[in-house]
Ligand binder design. Structure first.
Ligand code: GDP
Length: 195
C-alpha cells in the first residue's frame, strides 16, 4: 500500500468517541515497550507519528490513526505495567473486551510479541481474548534484528507454545529497525480490508 497520508485522529476513551462510518480498523496490541509505536511508524513510513514511549497513564485510550482516508490503525493501550493498580487493569479489560466484542469495523487484530522473550502472563491473556472473541488476529514478532536469523524459528516456537497459538493464526517476523516483515504485514492487512 502506498501511504499518501497518515494522521492521528483521536485518543478515544469511550465508544461514542470512536469514529463514525464504516472504514475498516486494524487493531494493534502489545505490552508496553514491545515496539508498537516503532512498528506503526515503520508500517506508515513516518518517523514520529505514533509516540514511542509507553506511558502508564495512557492505559485507557484507543489511539486512532487514519491512513489515506481508507482505514484506521487502532493502537490499543499497552498492557503489562507492573505498577498499574487492579482497578485500572479491570478497566482495561472491560474496555478492550468491549471493543473486540462489539466493534464491527474491526477487521484484524495484530498482537505484538518481542521475539527475544517468552510471552508473559498478560500476553497469554491477551491472546486468549483474541481466540475467545474469534475475530481475525495475527502474531507479530518484533525486534527481530536483535537476534540472529538462525534463531528465529526457535524463538517462534517458544511464542507458539507459550501462547498456544491456534494452527490458523498467522505469525510474522518483523523489525522496525530494518523494515523486515513490513510487506508481509501489509499483505495480511490487504487480505482483510482490500487495501
Ligand atoms: P511501545 O511502548 O510498544 O510503543 O514501544 P516503542 O516503539 O516505544 O519501542 C520501545 C523500545 O524498543 C524503543 O527504545 C525502540 O527504539 C526499541 N525498538 C522498537 N522496535 C525495535 C526494533 O525493531 N528493533 C530494535 N533494535 N529496537 C526496537
Amino acid at each position: 500500500m502506498i501511504i499518501k497520508d497518515a494522521k492521528f485522529i483521536i485518543s478515544a476513551v469511550k465508544p461514542h468517541q470512536y469514529p463514525e462510518g464504516d472504514l475498516p480498523e486494524i487493531a494493534l496490541a502489545g505490552r508496553s515497550n514491545v515496539g508498537k509505536s516503532s512498528l506503526i511508524n515503520r508500517l506508515l513510513g513516518r518517523r514520529n507519528l505514533a509516540r514511542t514511549s509507553g506511558t502508564p497513564g495512557k492505559t485507557q485510550q484507543l489511539n486512532y490513526y487514519l491512513i489515506n482516508e481508507d482505514l484506521y490503525f487502532v493502537d490499543l493501550p499497552g498492557y503489562g505495567f507492573a505498577r498499574v493498580p487492579k482497578d485500572v487493569k479491570a478497566q482495561w479489560g472491560k474496555m478492550i473486551g468491549g471493543y473486540l466484542d462489539n466493534r464491527e469495523n474491526l477487521k484484524l487484530s495484530l498482537q505484538l510479541i518481542d521475539i527475544r522473550h517468552a510471552p508473559s502472563k498478560e500476553d497469554v491473556e491477551m491472546y486468549q481474548y483474541f481466540a475467545h472473541y474469534n475475530r481475525p488476529h495475527a502474531i507479530i514478532a518484533t525486534k527481530a534484528d536483535k537476534i540472529a536469523r538462525g534463531q528465529y524459528q526457535k524463538h517462534l516456537k517458544v511464542i507458539r507454545e507459550t501462547l498456544q497459538v491456534l494452527p490458523n493464526t498467522p505469525m510474522i517476523i518483523t523489525s522496525a529497525d530494518s523494515g523486515l516483515g513490513r510487506q508481509e504485514v501489509w499483505n495480511l492487512i490487504a487480505k482483510y480490508t482490500g487495501f
